[in-house]
Design a binder for this molecule. Structure first.
Ligand code: UDP
Length: 193
């Protein structure tokens, strides 16, 4: 994948189709990987925080989430022409998962919100197999990890805000053994309206 670099942060030169092709490749590969949505806010945070910058750059795919990234690309002679927003990619991954039988786990947000989002997504994408949900305000991390592992998802969405969710994913992804982990910020709240 070709990447452009804005103030030290990598962003993939991709559209939605490329992103979904990469998702399929990551899932069939089975190796724990994570996808991160890049917007100007994250780029600014990463300016002051080298470990965050390294973490963002270590993702398997950095999607051009913010319109500011597309504008920066045009301005700097890059070739990123359209946004791939985190929430749209999440919805499309659910659509593909319903078709291909990928198992999906929703972690994060306040108690009840992930369940609500799960109900809505299952109605929207008939056949979608959501194998578990869990709120993002747990105390016993080991129990949550065991819970996720026992459901053996192919896709784990983590909605705990950024960069908390990205740190949580990178700290635990090898233990979890989930092929595709992705931080989705406030997406469950948006889905639930
Ligand atoms: N959240 C969580 N655990 C925490 C902190 C936040 O599950 O310890 C959830 C919060 O309930 C909300 C989401 O993370 O659903 C953060 O949404 P926000 O829009 O602030 O994130 P952003 O998209 O700006 O990163």
């Amino acid at each position: 994948m070709i990447r452009e670099n804005y103030l030290g942060v990598d962003v993939c030169r991709i559209d939605m189709k490329d992103a979904l092709d990469e998702v399929d490749r990551i899932i069939s590969n089975r190796k724990p990987s994570f996808v991160v949505a890049i917007n100007p806010e994250k780029i600014m945070k990463a300016q002051k925080d080298e470990s965050l910058r390294n973490l963002l750059n270590s993702a398997s795919m950095q999607i051009p989430d913010g319109v500011g990234v597309v504008i920066a690309s045009r301005f700097k002679g890059g070739k990123i022409r359209s946004r791939v927003t985190g929430i749209e990619l999440m919805e499309n991954i659910c659509k593909v998962s319903a078709k291909k039988g990928y198992r999906v786990f929703l972690l994060g947000a306040k108690p009840g919100v992930a369940e609500g989002a799960s109900d809505i997504l299952k109605k929207r994408y008939p056949g979608l197999n959501i194998v578990g949900t869990r709120d993002g305000y747990f105390k016993d991390e080991d129990e949550v990890i065991e819970n996720i592992k026992a459901s053996s998802p192919d896709v784990l969405f983590v909605a705990m805000g950024s960069p908390k969710q990205e740190y949580w994913i990178t700290k635990n992804m090898d233990k979890l053994g989930v092929p595709l982990c992705m931080g989705v910020g406030g997406s469950y709240d948006v889905i639930c309206g």
